[in-house]
Design a protein around this ligand. Structure first.
Ligand SMILES: [Zn+2]
Length: 183
C-alpha cells in the first residue's frame, strides 16, 4: 500500500479538476474510485484512473458480462461477475439488473448463470440490463427439484419432474460455448 492507494468509493478529485477514467466514476461532484487499487492522475489529460492489481476488474459501460446470480429480489437481481467480454475476472464485483418491467414469473434463480450488458455506473453501483436476445439466463435448473431443464419456446421444462417455469432466457441458453469464451 502506498499513498496512492484508494478504496472503493474514495474521493480522488473534484470533477471540475479531473475526469473519471478507468475504474472510477463521478458522483456528480467528485471523481471516486470504483475499486481498490492505485490512483493514477494524469495532469495532461486531466483524467484519473485507478489501476487495479487484477486486470479487467470493473466492467465498463457497454461491456457484456457473464456472472452468477447471487440474489433475486422483487424488482432486481444481483449478479457476481465472472467474465467481462469473455475474459475471466476474479475480483467478484457485483452488478444489479432491474427486472420490474419483465412479465416473467421467475426471471432468474440464485446460482443461475446470466449474460448481461453494463449500462451505467451510478453511485458506486454497476447497473446492467438483459433486454437483448443474447442477454439473459444461459444456465438454470428446475426450481422444484434442481433437475436439468430444457427449453420450450420462452419457458423451461424439467426433465426430471416436468415442472414448467419461465426465465428470461438468452438466445445462447443451453450452449456451453460461454465456457470457451475464456480462450
Ligand atoms: Zn424438476
Amino acid at each position: 500500500m502506498s499513498d496512492n492507494s484508494v478504496f472503493p468509493g474514495d474521493k480522488i478529485a473534484s470533477i471540475e479538476e479531473y475526469e473519471a477514467g478507468h475504474n472510477t466514476f463521478d458522483d456528480g461532484d467528485m471523481v471516486r474510485s470504483a475499486t481498490m487499487g492505485e490512483k493514477d492522475m494524469d495532469k495532461e489529460t486531466r483524467m484519473v484512473n485507478v489501476n487495479h492489481p487484477k486486470l479487467l476488474s470493473i466492467p465498463k459501460v457497454g461491456d457484456v458480462i457473464i456472472g452468477t446470480v447471487a440474489a433475486v429480489m422483487s424488482s432486481m437481481i444481483a449478479v457476481t461477475i465472472d467474465y467481462i467480454n469473455g475474459k475471466p475476472t476474479t475480483s467478484k464485483v457485483e452488478c444489479i439488473c432491474g427486472t420490474r418491467n419483465m412479465r416473467i414469473r421467475n426471471v432468474a434463480l440464485v446460482n443461475d448463470i446470466a449474460s448481461l450488458k453494463i449500462v451505467a455506473h451510478l453511485n458506486g453501483t454497476i447497473h446492467a440490463v438483459m433486454d437483448e436476445s443474447e442477454l439473459g439466463i444461459i444456465f438454470t435448473k428446475c426450481r422444484k427439484c434442481g433437475g436439468k431443464v430444457v427449453t420450450m419456446r420462452d419457458a423451461v421444462k424439467c426433465t426430471d419432474c416436468s415442472w414448467i417455469d419461465e426465465r428470461k432466457l438468452s438466445s445462447n441458453f443451453g450452449k456451453s460455448d460461454f465456457i470457451h469464451l475464456r480462450e
